[in-house]
Design a protein. Sequence first.
Length: 349
Amino acid sequence: MTNRIPGLPASLLFRRTIRQTALYLPLLLIMAVGCKKSDTTGTLGDWRRRSDFEGVARNAAAGFTIGTISYLGTGSDNSNNRLNDFWAYDQTRNAWKQLATFPGVPRYGGIGFSVGTKGYVGLGLDENGNRLKDFYEFTPPTTTASTDLGTWKKIADFGGTARTNAVAFTIGTLGYVGTGNDGNYTKDFWSYNPATNAWAKIASYSGSKRIGAVAFVINNLGYVGTGNNNGTPQYDWWAYNPTEDTWVEKAQFTTDQRASIQRSYGVSFVVSNKGYICQGDANNKTIWEYDPTTDLWTERGTFEGTNRSNSIGFGFNGKGYVTTGNSGTSRFDDLWEFNPAIVQDLDNQ
């Protein structure tokens, strides 16, 4: 209760109270700055830097994950030379190992996926600007011996047209590849069956044609979105049901979602049945989490490295990872680990 001075107008009393409060603000600010950040409040989703990728910095590489090992290779270096080296990252050991060289021509803008214990890499653009449709199967090392580098073999060419900047994902025993640029923007989709070494055309993507999209799988549904169609950003988001061979439209970013989610050449990964996208040409470092049970996106802090496009992302054991990519002509080789279960601490970047 404020003691009012007899005869003092209420308006002056109000101004006097504001001036008194202002005197305390510097002290309150000092106290706030000196307080330690609470471990129970703030934005969930923290990043920490892990062992740098041991190959040369690159962008537009291809990769896949088998168990707790992630694999990546190809891409282009700082001089825009196409690459064909291949590497494995062991999450348990936080260590990289160089593996058998990818046997196809060096390329960038290709894609990768895994089915069971095998990995698959194909498509992309070669040194002369030719679009590619060849595919190769990788069998990982079966021992820890330094000389065991895994093996490659050529498989059936992609069933669609040669292209670059497509997306790929895996559901069950089949790999799925679609969208991209074959000289024109595309939206066709194909499945690959390793048991028969054959491609089959499936229902085309129900959204617009596009390149530079992202894709991930949650509960046996393949989600695809973002990217651009002839330079126009795409806001739609679709889920593929392989049992029915249908695409189901989800809430568009321009309605009950955030328009700022739209981007091209972003990166995605899945952790604990939630999907995450970040980076790309959206020119911000916000992390977006997709929950398929609510069909909604939520902000989950900011990426703590340099914003970039054409990265590789993967997730397992409750963590997400992002590595390589480019910002303009600069390529990257840093590796970042994302933990969606803890509060972000920007003081420890």
